[in-house]
Design a binder for this molecule. Structure first.
Ligand code: HEC
Length: 146
């Protein structure tokens, strides 16, 4: 009986690990999608320019409400699941990881300001600066594509 309940717990735990991994990937993908929406307008692929501010704010909101502890819980790293590209240093270089997040929040805020001023050149610059912060966190904390 003890054995059975242990294995059920393990199963339930494994399931929630997968759930939180999927969950954080969904948040990350949403960030990527907001950036694509803004970029499509900057490149003139569409002219729905009022969306630039909306999606800039969405990025800012997403980053500033990011709960690192809940979204990247201990035991949801590469040794716990083959479905994550998160690297172990997220959990032993916590401060650097959260600083990387703060850096993105700051650059997202600049993007909102640029979008409010409606100056496309500034928006493009701010978007580029934000994109760099995504890249630098990924470089340090995300496994490269195989
Ligand atoms: C503080 C670090 C950090 C920042 C900042 C960050 N990311 Fe990520 N991102 C990660 C990590 C870690 C993963 C790997 C998640 C996993 O597989 O568990 C990831 C994964 C992703 C993925 C892949 C999701 C999937 O389906 O596998 C995308 C897309 C992405 N990020 C986009 C972005 C964009 C766009 C930004 C900037 C606007 C950004 N990220 C900022 C850490 C970060």
């Amino acid at each position: 009986m003890l054995l059975l309940s242990t294995s059920i717990n393990t199963l339930a735990y494994a399931e929630s690990t997968e759930d939180v991994i999927k969950y954080r990937k969904d948040i990350m993908k949403s960030l990527g999608n907001h950036i694509s929406v803004i970029a499509a307008n900057l490149k003139g692929k569409v002219s729905i320019n009022e969306d630039i501010l909306t999606h800039s704010k969405s990025i800012f909101l997403t980053f500033s409400s990011f709960n690192i502890t809940k979204t990247f819980p201990e035991n949801s790293g590469p040794s716990n699941s083959p479905n994550t590209k998160s690297l172990d240093n997220i959990w032993y270089e916590k401060e650097i990881f959260s600083d990387a997040m703060k850096n993105s929040i700051e650059k997202a805020q600049n993007l909102v300001l640029a979008a409010e001023s409606n100056n496309k050149e500034n928006i493009a610059k701010s978007l580029g600066a934000l994109g760099k912060t995504c890249g630098s966190c990924h470089k340090k904390f995300r496994k490269k594509k195989n």
